[in-house]
Design a protein around this ligand. Structure first.
Ligand code: E4P
Length: 219
């Protein structure tokens, strides 16, 4: 499974990208607003840092506006993916952008029927929001599993991008469901490294070494 990072903070992206664990980046208007910087400049800087798809979301809510903004965003860098919300107007925009060969990420998806519509109009990615589904007492992981299964049965090429990943367990369950990508917030990505027994084990090794070998070093 690919890992995208769900942030527009350049320090967070750089830290994880330098480790070699970032395959792409997703943003949305809230994420960009959090950084308080220019949308275009921020997205271009991200594209220059990460060698992979970078999603930038349109602000218009009507089909014509979304298509115009999508065409503009797609010109900013070859790695740009145009993020479009799943509404009737959004599906109309994705249909047009697909015909122009522009890559799209259909976002704010909460059901398998919505995911089928995104696939029908040739979306490159579909983004089911798992955490936000759980927030309103829906079973987000079940929704993700449904989408993965329906896509598998139908041989659909649109990639499933598991979004709104709140904890490392979400990422593991998205991988188990067969999602192509998980887009992971920085805080969740940091937690993926950690296990209490890893710290305890390293501490044991270092104590044993010091007790027997003192200050002996490799270099
Ligand atoms: C996806 O692309 C969205 O940016 C994101 O995953 C939304 O998740 P949130 O619930 O963490 O805001």
């Amino acid at each position: 499974m690919k890992f995208f990072i769900d942030t527009a903070n350049l320090d967070e992206i750089r830290e994880m990208n330098d480790l070699g664990i970032v395959d792409g980046v997703t943003t949305n208007p809230s994420i960009i607003a959090r950084e308080g910087k220019d949308l275009k400049q921020t997205l271009i800087q991200i594209c220059e840092m990460v060698n992979g798809p970078v999603s930038g979301e349109v602000l218009a809510l009507d089909t014509e506006g979304m298509v115009k903004e999508g065409v503009e965003i797609s010109k900013w860098h070859p790695n740009m993916v145009v993020k479009i919300p799943l509404t009737q107007a959004g599906i109309g925009a994705v249909a047009q952008l697909s015909k122009m060969g522009i890559k799209t990420n259909v976002t704010t998806v909460y059901s398998a029927s919505q995911a089928l519509l995104a696939a029908k109009v040739g979306a490159t990615y579909v983004s089911p929001f798992v955490g936000r589904s759980d927030d309103v007492l829906m079973d987000g992981m079940r929704m993700l599993r449904d989408i993965c299964e329906v896509y598998r049965v139908q041989g659909i090429k649109t990639q499933v991008l598991a979004a709104s990943m709140r904890t490392p367990t979400y990422v593991v369950e998205a991988a188990r469901a067969g999602a192509d990508v998980a887009t992971i917030p920085y805080a969740t990505m940091k937690k993926m490294f950690w296990h209490p027994m890893t710290d305890v084990s390293i501490d044991d090794f270092m104590k044993d070494w010091k007790n027997a070998m003192g200050d002996a070093k490799i270099l």
